[in-house]
Design a protein around this ligand. Structure first.
Ligand code: ATP
Length: 794
């Protein structure tokens, strides 16, 4: 058998060598293109320069891709029966997926009619025959879709393992075991026992790997689903939702690059999950067109990207995430113009007091953000005094209040109402001036009025008054104003209860933004509107005016790359939006994400049983509003590829409490290693966690994750100090989407008690391990004699 294996490896090695020879030729071509293009820089016309930039850019991209794709470039092969039609697709492969009627003879023998190699990108030989088919091409679909139940044309499916230019091994699955198939007159050998298990058993690192070599049929259906409207995917922990979402982004780009030039946005729940997943797309040959952003880093305001650095306590998050906030924000955006009356500007700046914050507050995620937006003046002026046409004119508080209310009526964005307010002020002053009746001739009257307006609006007093009385509001200044409990109480009357008002106001006094504040900032941005920026007058050089030099000097053309980067930075809407862990989005976050995909098609992946949001019905309503009436195509993923059965069975007990009646995905493998339980006294907790983490580090080659309740995060990081980079401490909410070779879940009861969704958060924590799980119980867990906590018993 070893002989056969070696022979098959050398067969694949030969093919790989051929592929590399061809790739080298292509690289030379690309290099030639680059030098050729560089020569053109001698020709100085703007057109030639732009053409050169474009060519260098394209050749550079090509070269980069070929170089980076050298690792593990070719990973699959299928051996196929004769197909039904004789047509070839654009990739040179035959198109039919069904065997021809006479492909199999009566005594169940057949000949292999076509062999295809599958890789990260397609490579054609000089004669245009396919050396490697891109994994996303239609011809590669049978590699993923074929099963022994529904094999199509595939007889043997092979995964090729290679490193650099060397083939290390092959793993075969036989799709038609009943056939005696021959290839070039010899019988078809079958090596190994399947690629999936080999992939699943590998040690995990802190970054996710792509799964191109082992995508399963039910996953492939989602990845290649047509992009029309909404593709909706549900599946339990470890069913590959995140992996599928990422591969789908790469597939969509491949399949219709022009359409997705509008960008694909992937919304991820935490910065940790962004960091974990962002290497997958480059490994699939896709960069640039896809933005992966954490939901707390999705918004931008005038000062640039807004990024959350803090988690709110569950009680505060629940209020800030609720669609009730929409009403409060609308009132606040109008009310904020009325100044602070109690000095909210100052209050918003006040440093957060430790005592206040410690109640239910999870604390910082990272560095504080001190980039505060402009503040609303503490007291807006209550009187306007100006002189026009030699007369002193004055508007008192009552009149100013009436004018403000009048200007604010209607729903237009507040910042766009400033010109209207200015006009109303001038109207009031005009009528006070008594000049209205001076001319009966309408033209003269209009002229008089316009010189009256000019008189006033050029006065410094008036300009200062307007800036103070109707300042340009920024989302941050309104949010700061909401930090004043009395004012927030007024804006939230009958919508939030006094307890909620107190908690939200207190949380907004902090300098740093929370994850849930970001959705409020984004909402405020659309409520306030961005006033058109006064166009900066270009400082004209008098010489230019004299000679007209400006016209003659050629402008430096923006290069393609610069243009692509600029467009990406300016992009506010996307052609396709993928939401990962969609069950966690709050209604306010759905509104924020929805604004980025108003004309997009969508892929939404999630698992209701892992939701850390307290009111799934409210979130579902907001999601439906964001998606509008677009039709949905639903998929369910049913197999858990992450957890061995021993861990999945334990997690299923919590699932039964968290979401009675819902089904666990079936674990695809079992390791025979049962989860471990230990009971720890509170005072020994740190030492025990450390000891257990160190033990697990010895047992596994990859990573160890220690999951604790959110308010123990910093403490837990200290417990693990010095154990090295393979182990990390995580708050329960941060564990979302991540995975480790082994995990320690610390005091399940603390995690479950943290929030109304605590049991679902615990379910997430228990489903992060690919090999081993230890549960450490405290007294609160009410453990039995074996150390099994109350929540994890039958
Ligand atoms: N077809 C596959 N071949 C190899 N590995 C796979 C396959 N499908 C999933 N996996 C692996 O299983 C693990 C879980 O995948 P993923 O994180 O995408 O699941 P998920 O459904 O998003 O999980 P969760 O809901 O718990 O976040 C990952 O390590 C992924 O690489």
């Amino acid at each position: 058998m070893a002989d056969v294996r070696d022979r098959e490896i050398s067969v694949e090695q030969e093919h790989l060598d051929q592929v590399y020879r061809r790739l080298e030729e292509k690289i030379h071509e690309a290099e030639f293109l680059m030098t050729d293009a560089a020569k053109r820089s001698q020709v100085g016309t703007p057109g030639a320069l732009a053409e050169r930039d474009a060519q260098v850019f394209r050749a550079g991209v090509h070269l980069n891709r070929l170089n980076s794709e050298f690792e593990d470039f070719l990973f699959g092969r299928i051996d196929l029966l004769l197909g039904k039609d004789g047509k070839k697709g654009p990739d040179g492969a035959y198109t039919s997926v069904e065997p021809a009627e006479d492909a199999v003879s009566e005594n169940n023998t057949a000949q292999i009619a076509e062999t295809l190699h599958i890789g990260r990108i397609g490579v054609l030989d000089a004669d245009y025959s396919p050396l490697v088919i891109d994994w996303r091409a239609p011809a590669a679909a049978p590699f993923y879709r074929s099963t022994p139940v529904d094999p199509g044309r595939v007889v043997r499916r092979r995964v090729i393992r290679s490193k650099g230019r060397k083939v290390l091994g092959v793993e075969d699955d036989l799709m038609r075991p009943e056939l005696t198939a021959t290839l070039n007159g010899e019988s078809l050998p079958v090596i190994g026992d399947g690629a999936l298990m080999a992939a699943l058993g590998q040690a995990r690192s802190h970054t996710m790997r792509d799964i191109v070599a082992s995508i399963q049929a039910e996953q492939d259906m989602v990845i290649r689903a047509p992009a029309a409207s909404v593709t909706y995917v549900e599946g339990g922990p470890g069913t590959g939702k995140t992996a599928v979402a990422l591969h789908r982004a790469a597939y969509l780009l491949y399949q219709d690059r022009r359409r997705y030039a509008g960008g694909i946005l992937i919304v991820s729940p935490t910065p940790l999950l962004v960091a974990y997943t962002e290497g997958v797309l480059p490994s699939l040959g896709e960069e640039g067109q896809v933005a992966i952003r954490a939901v707390g880093a999705l918004a931008d305001d005038a000062s640039g990207a807004v990024e959350a650095t803090v988690y709110d306590s569950p009680a505060v998050a629940r209020v800030k995430g609720s669609s009730r906030m929409l009403h409060v924000l609308r009132k606040a955006a109008r009310g904020a113009l009325e100044g602070t009356a109690g000095g909210a500007g100052a209050a918003a700046k006040a440093p957060a007091q430790g005592g206040q914050l410690s109640f239910g507050d999870f604390g910082d995620l990272g560095e504080e953000d001190d980039d505060e937006g402009p503040q609303i003046p503490a007291e807006p002026p209550t009187r306007l005094r100006v002189v026009a046409f030699g007369r002193r004119l004055e508007l008192e508080a009552d009149a100013l209040g009436r004018i403000r209310r009048n200007a604010l009526s209607g729903t237009a964005p507040v910042n766009l109402l400033r010109p209207r307010a200015r006009k109303l002020l001038l109207d009031a002053l005009w009528s006070q001036s008594g000049s209205a009746g001076r001319h009966s001739d309408p033209e003269l009257a209009a002229e008089l009025r316009s010189s009256f307006d000019e008189d006033i609006t050029s006065e410094d007093d008036f300009i200062r008054f307007l800036d103070a009385w109707w300042p340009e509001l920024t989302p941050r200044s309104v949010l700061s104003a909401m930090g004043d409990e009395r004012r927030l109480g007024r804006w939230a009357r009958r919508v939030l209860n006094p307890g909620e008002v107190r908690k939200v106001a207190r949380s907004l006094k902090r300098d740093a933004l929370s994850v849930h504040d970001v959705a409020l900032i984004d909402e405020l941005q659309s409520i306030l509107g961005t006033p058109p920026k006064p166009r900066k007058k270009k400082d004209l050089d008098p010489l230019d005016l004299l000679t007209g030099l400006d016209e003659l000097m050629p402008q430096r053309e923006e290069s393609q790359r610069e243009r692509a980067e600029r467009l990406a930075a300016e992009r506010t809407e996307y052609a396709h939006v993928i939401v990962d862990e969609a069950q966690d989005l709050t209604p306010m976050q759905w509104r924020m994400v929805g604004r980025r995909g108003r004309h997009a098609t969508w892929t939404i992946v999630g698992d209701p049983a892992q939701s850390s949001w307290s009111d799934p019905d409210e979130a579902a309503a907001a999601r439906d509003e964001a998606l509008g009436s677009r039709p949905r195509r639903r998929f369910t993923l049913t197999v858990n590829y992450r957890n061995p059965a021993e861990i999945a069975d334990l997690a299923a007990k919590v699932l039964a409490l968290a979401m009675p009646g819902s089904e666990s995905p079936s674990a695809v493998r079992s390791t025979g290693v049962k989860p471990r339980f230990a009971v720890v006294r509170d005072k020994d907790l740190g030492a025990s966690v450390r000891e257990e983490a160190a033990r697990l580090l010895d047992q596994v080659d990859g990573t160890v994750g220690v999951v604790v309740a959110m308010n123990r995060r910093e403490q837990a990081a200290k417990w693990l100090d010095g154990l090295g980079g393979r182990v990390v401490a995580l708050g329960s909410l941060e564990a979302k989407g991540l995975e480790y070779d082994a995990t320690v879940v610390v005091t399940p009861a603390e995690i479950a008690d943290e929030s109304p969704a605590g049991l679902r958060v615990l379910y997430v924590a228990l489903t992060r391990a690919t090999q081993q799980l230890t549960v450490l119980s405290g007294e609160r867990d009410d453990p039995d004699g074996d150390g099994v906590p109350d929540l994890l018993r039958e």
